[in-house]
Design a protein around this ligand. Structure first.
Ligand code: DNO
Length: 392
């Protein structure tokens, strides 16, 4: 697989020169400064592409070309926004950047409740705590009928937490769930936005009455509309699975497991309509076995995120070492290397370690932690390539 790295543009403190030194081959990035829904011009794309190439690297994957909320809930601006999306795709195609990752998660992209869960060795990882998340839902958002989504035991634990949680912890929970993990991925809420909870509630209301079938229909509509441009320019679209892969906050989530993946691939049955195989997101769902999913969907996988999680009691999960957990990265590498040795792969998220803590990196995107993970994955890849070679 091609060794790629998510880089957040010229402002990223991790420079392309650093990445070249650690063996990265391809860059995964986006025009982060272009507001969601606006057209990516050919000039802006070529400027960034040339910059990347001046370091001897290539722009391998776009992550993400964001799908505006209005396309997801079928708002009145949907067709105009799809027209803009197609124009951006055409410009990417003209520039030769042909793998495009996106997601179809309503309102909120990936969800964590803690950015610094400590391991005994002094490093830290991202973490999802079901009770703290339920607390956010029930006591901070005060979402109508939210209690129906939790067990009696969970509701009791939320009440216990309510007695001890401090105001500062509440603020941190809000900041983690809807600000720190969202803004830098072109999300709806950014650092510095006033009253994020109110913005968030307004966004949730847009989905009143939209269930899984409704959201599926909107995804089908979007994919069918963009496929002709993808065919013309040879662009491979790859949807990122929902992270975590289950229903949250009364919102439908439709890319969570085998059935969901099979559904969207079939709904618009075109090789340009494919999957980002995010082992981290998929492994956080207890219903998923990443190895089975990879065997089933390798042919329609256009991009791979290598990361692993460990399920913990009570619906909690932690981002574990890349060598460990439910991701089963060694077997995934076996499957994908055989399917397509040129498939772009990035190590996803890394622990915070060795001074990553005070650098102000985006949540999950440490330097040392990801570099260690890349080295581990490179080792696995080398062994697998050797296995393949020896079996010939
Ligand atoms: C988080 C990422 C996601 C992902 C988007 C793709 O670290 O995996 O934000 O980039 O969902 O659209």
């Amino acid at each position: 697989m091609e060794k790629t790295w998510r880089w957040f543009g010229k402002k990223d403190k991790i420079t392309l020169d650093m990445l070249r030194q650690i063996g990265v081959e391809g860059i995964v990035t986006a025009l982060h400064e272009v507001p969601n829904g606006e057209i990516w011009t050919l000039d802006a794309i070529e400027d960034l592409k040339n910059y990347i190439e001046s370091f001897g690297l290539r722009w391998s994957v776009v992550e993400s070309l964001p799908v505006s909320e209005s396309i997801k809930y079928a708002g009145p601006e949907r067709d105009q926004l799809i027209t803009n999306y197609k124009a951006s795709l055409a410009n990417l195609g003209k520039a030769g950047v042909k793998t495009v990752c996106y997601n179809f998660m309503p309102v909120i992209d990936w969800i964590r409740t803690d950015l610094h869960y400590s391991w005994k060795d002094g490093t830290s990882s991202l973490y999802f705590d079901k009770i703290r998340f339920a607390y956010f839902d029930l006591k901070i958002l005060c979402r109508k009928n939210a209690e129906e989504d939790y067990s009696l035991e969970e509701l009791q634990k939320v009440e216990e937490l309510d007695k001890v949680i401090t105001e500062a912890e509440k603020e941190e929970l809000i900041d983690t769930i809807i600000v720190k993990t969202q803004g830098f991925v072109n999300g709806n809420i950014k650092e510095g936005d006033k009253n994020p909870v109110a913005i968030f509630k307004r966004l949730l209301a847009l989905y009143d009455g939209i269930d899984r079938d409704g959201l599926r229909e909107n995804m089908r509509y979007f994919l069918a509309a963009i496929m002709p441009v993808c065919e013309e320019y040879g662009i491979n679209m790859c949807v990122h699975p929902d992270d975590p892969p289950f229903q949250v906050l009364g919102l439908p989530r439709i890319v969570t497991d085998e059935q969901d993946i099979a559904w969207f691939l079939q709904a618009v049955d075109n090789p340009h309509n494919g999957l980002t195989f995010c082992a981290g997101s998929l492994s956080a769902g207890e219903q998923n076995d990443t190895r089975e999913l990879a065997r089933k969907f390798a042919k329609r996988t256009h991009f791979v995120h290598l990361r692993s999680t460990k399920a913990m009691p009570g619906g909690n999960f932690i981002e574990s070492s890349h060598l460990d957990g439910r991701g089963h990265l060694i077997e995934l590498i076996r499957i994908f290397e055989r399917e397509n040795p040129n498939l772009p792969m990035r190590v996803d998220h890394g622990r915070m370690m060795l001074g990553d803590e005070d650098k102000g990196y985006n949540a999950g995107y440490s330097f040392h932690g990801r570099m260690l993970a890349l080295a581990q994955v490179e080792g696995m890849m080398a062994v697998v390539k050797d296995e393949i070679q020896n079996s010939k």
